[in-house]
Design a protein around this ligand. Structure first.
Ligand code: PHE
Length: 335
């Protein structure tokens, strides 16, 4: 009988060693320690032993029972603490992972809004390359080498004749070369200048617009820009044209709007002037038409360009342009 319980113990421990998942350990526990388990049966059979053997056999069997019970429990606990790689059951009680939804960048939203307004005025949307030749960025726009106007724009040079475009104006000669008038085009995109502070980032975005036709006047330019400004801000927004200079427009103007922050009373944003400069514009210079092969006796046109971040800053009341490019979700989520 003694031998028998020793054997049961040995077999149980051997089987336990081979068990690799909680289920089989539980089955083992039932097989040995359950109501009809091998150890239990052995304990029951003790009563039929001769009197003098009972005490010793009972003691041994109870020891084995205790030992196996702790061994099974210990093995179960170990498996639960480090779930086996093979344990691929799904815990349905785990909370789900929230999918974070992205949204359009505020600059993208404003660009789309600007393009929408001009599309409704009959403008096509086009694009040009950000890596541009010196010819289209400067030369074709009537900005010859050594012209002081080149200093206005701190250019990033890639090589002697290749630059990162400093404005979207090169889309003018590029598109004019490819198409014949009448033309109405709006061209948004990224531009680059070596400049960085509260109101400048080395990369920013502009929208270029231009129209070429047999009869187009400064009055048309004024009408189009007034319509645009009243749509993108509101129809109470005042605007004024100031004479200015660009090599590729003549005459040239800068367009100010009444400060949207203080409504013209004067504040920090408008440096107490009540006005904010937002658009550069003018009648297309005949030199540009000559460069693209248009007959200057037949055609006139106007062009304008504006910074998209600046419009977004004024529309949303943002005072630091760099916020657009820091990708702080707390900022971006507000739009
Ligand atoms: N390209 C000019 C700038 O970046 C803006 C402009 C565009 C002026 C078209 C006149 C006509 O400042």
């Amino acid at each position: 009988m003694d031998k028998n319980i020793e054997q049961i113990k040995k077999e149980a421990l051997k089987e336990l060693k081979a068990a690799s998942d909680p289920e089989s350990i539980k089955t083992l526990s039932v097989r040995y320690l359950g109501r009809k388990g091998l150890v239990t049966q052995f304990l029951r059979s003790i009563s039929s032993l001769p009197q003098e053997k009972r005490a010793d056999a009972g003691k041994k069997a109870n020891e084995v029972k205790k030992l196996l019970d702790t061994a099974f429990k210990k093995a179960l606990k170990a498996l639960e603490a480090t779930p086996a790689e093979s344990d691929d059951r799904i815990d349905v009680s785990l909370p789900g992972r929230v999918v974070k939804r992205g949204s359009l960048h505020p600059i993208t939203q404003i660009t789309q809004e600007i393009c929408d307004i001009f599309s409704r005025l009959g403008f096509d949307i086009a694009e040009g390359p950000e890596v541009e030749t010196d010819y289209y960025n400067f030369e074709a726009l009537n900005i010859p080498k050594n012209h002081p106007a080149r200093d206005m724009q701190d250019t990033f040079y890639i090589s002697k004749n290749i630059v990162l475009r400093t404005h979207t104006s090169p889309t003018q000669p590029r598109i004019m070369e490819k198409r014949k008038p009448p033309l109405r085009v709006i061209a948004p995109g990224k531009v680059y200048r070596c400049d960085s502070d509260l109101t400048h980032t080395p990369m920013f975005q502009q929208v270029e617009g231009f129209l070429v036709d047999k009869e187009s006047s400064f009055g048309d330019l004024k009408g189009i820009l007034a319509t645009f400004i009243h749509k993108i801000f509101d129809d109470q927004t005042k605007l004024r044209f100031r004479p200015s200079f660009f090599p590729f427009t003549e005459p040239s103007a800068e367009i100010d709007i009444g400060c949207v922050m203080c409504r013209g009373k004067g504040c920090r944003v408008c440096s107490q002037t009540g006005w904010l400069e937002i658009i550069g514009a003018g009648m297309v210079h005949p030199a540009l038409f000559e460069n693209v092969g248009y007959d200057t006796r037949l055609y006139t046109g106007f062009a304008f360009g504006m910074g998209i971040e600046r419009i977004a800053m004024l529309k949303y009341g943002i005072d630091d342009i760099r916020k657009f490019y820091e990708n702080d979700l707390r900022f971006l989520k507000q739009f």
